[in-house]
Design a protein around this ligand. Structure first.
Ligand SMILES: Nc1nc2c(ncn2[C@@H]2O[C@H](COP(=O)(O)OP(=O)(O)OP(=O)(O)O)[C@@H](O)[C@H]2O)c(=O)[nH]1
Ligand SMILES: [Mg+2]
Length: 396
């Protein structure tokens, strides 16, 4: 069915047709899309235009990458390979105690000093949480206008964008609201949001594991293939895509094109033993406790950080699954999956034979300690949602 476009949309279309450079095409195509009203009759047109925009953005990214590579063949110390169950960055103002926290949680030895900007490059450590390891990275301090100034600001932002979760470290010896304002506004300039409760689509690129699509709510199987295809068009082969139930293919394209990263984050407020820190802690909770979980600590007095590794692990939103073969003990090492994963996601991760020959899976789910029986036994199909610490045996 032909679509009747408004004069503004026709003019925008004309500008797009006449655009020469990729930048100009992207700009005019965005204007064209914005000028088209959203309803059933324009659905296909909008979808196709957004797909075209997605291709242009990808082309532009590729060119920028190529230009960067041409300039230097050295791998940036800010592009850090993920290891363990997930990658968490520690960010904050200078002297807030980022290096001190990293050393406390990981035993990495790094320079701790009371002068500003001691840490200039990322420092990596592995934090143990129960039977898994989480990668913790101290990033150099956040500063004003880091997205435009020379120096390593842009690389710091890009490392945050690539992480799985964020620990914001606040110095309670200083006024906390201005620290938070600085951090949040710097992240905003780089399109990084923290703890946005329910985005229709969230796409997090990962280093491995293929494309995992998680439907938070009812599982809409028919969309899965479309989504994987859209990402592969953009040469994204490893990512976790979280989708709320009422979400269209177009929403996925919007998410890809907007390039907004949404990270889970907690605030850790340090130097809690110092004078004035209580007041600052109160100020911080008053303003931010509805968005962030806030943990008050003192590294010097060793107060408050016992549950920290657990809280950090929780931000990753992953589950540990132990596989089991008939007649044997469960594997000692878990497979780590995004929370919300189902039996099929586990099968995909392990081996094709579990997908192709699947009959059913048997789950041993640990009961709370007060119950008499140690496990609840379940016999389930491919779409069954897994929980942290499930023991799973496949029957094929
Ligand atoms: N009073 C007090 N001082 C602390 C605490 N934790 C760290 N510090 C001190 O704060 C200063 C800065 O600590 P670092 O760990 O180097 O801070 P940073 O955030 O890594 O600093 P940069 O890398 O320079 O941005 C040092 O003098 C630490 O000894 C604490 O719990 N209480
Ligand atoms: Mg440091």
């Amino acid at each position: 069915m032909p679509v009747n476009l408004s004069p503004e949309a026709v003019a925008a279309q004309q500008r797009y047709m006449e655009a020469n450079s990729i930048e100009e095409q992207i700009k005019t195509l965005r204007e064209y899309i914005a000028a088209i009203p959203k309803h059933k009759g324009t659905e296909n047109l909008l979808y196709n235009l957004k797909k075209r925009l997605s291709k242009l953005l990808f082309e532009q990214e590729k060119r920028i990458e190529k230009a960067k590579k041409g300039r230097s063949s050295v791998i940036s110390p800010f592009s850090i390979r993920k290891e363990g169950a997930g990658q968490v960055v520690i960010i904050g103002g200078t002297n807030s105690g980022k290096s001190s926290l990293l050393s406390t949680l990981t035993n990495v030895e790094t320079e701790i000093a009371d002068y500003p900007f001691t840490t200039q490059l990322p420092v990596i450590g592995m934090m143990k949480y129960e039977d898994i390891l989480v990668q913790l990275i101290e990033l150099p301090a956040i500063f004003e206008h880091m997205n435009v100034k020379s120096g390593n600001g842009r690389q710091i932002l890009s490392a945050i964008r690539n992480s799985d979760a964020v620990v914001i470290l606040i110095d309670l010896a200083q006024e906390p609201i201005s620290q938070m304002n600085l951090i949040l506004s710097e992240l905003e300039t780089a399109n990084i949001r923290l703890n946005v409760p329910r985005m229709p689509v969230q796409i997090t690129k990962t280093g491995q594991g293929g494309i995992v699509v998680i439907f938070q709510g009812t599982r809409i199987e028919s969309n899965r293939r479309d989504i994987v295809e859209l990402l592969k068009d953009r040469k994204i082969h490893n990512a976790v895509v979280k989708i709320s139930d009422d979400c269209s293919r177009e929403d996925v394209l919007d998410a890809l094109n907007a390039n907004i990263a949404n990270k889970k984050a907690i605030i850790v407020a340090n130097k809690g033993e110092l004078k004035g820190s209580k007041n600052n802690y109160r100020l911080l909770t008053k303003n931010y406790s509805s968005i962030f979980r806030i943990l008050g600590i003192s590294i010097h007095k060793k107060i408050g950080y016992l549950s920290l590794s657990e809280e950090i692990f929780k931000q990753l939103e992953v589950i540990r699954i132990y596989t089991k073969e008939q007649g044997k003990d469960p594997s000692p090492k878990p497979v780590v999956l995004s929370s919300g994963s189902v039996v099929e996601d586990l099968a995909e991760r392990l081996h094709n034979k579990f997908l192709d020959g699947f009959k059913y899976a048997r789950i041993m789910r640990p009961n709370p300690p007060h119950m008499e029986k140690k496990y609840t036994i379940l016999q389930v199909g491919m779409n069954y949602k897994l929980e942290d610490c499930d023991i799973v045996q496949f029957y094929i």
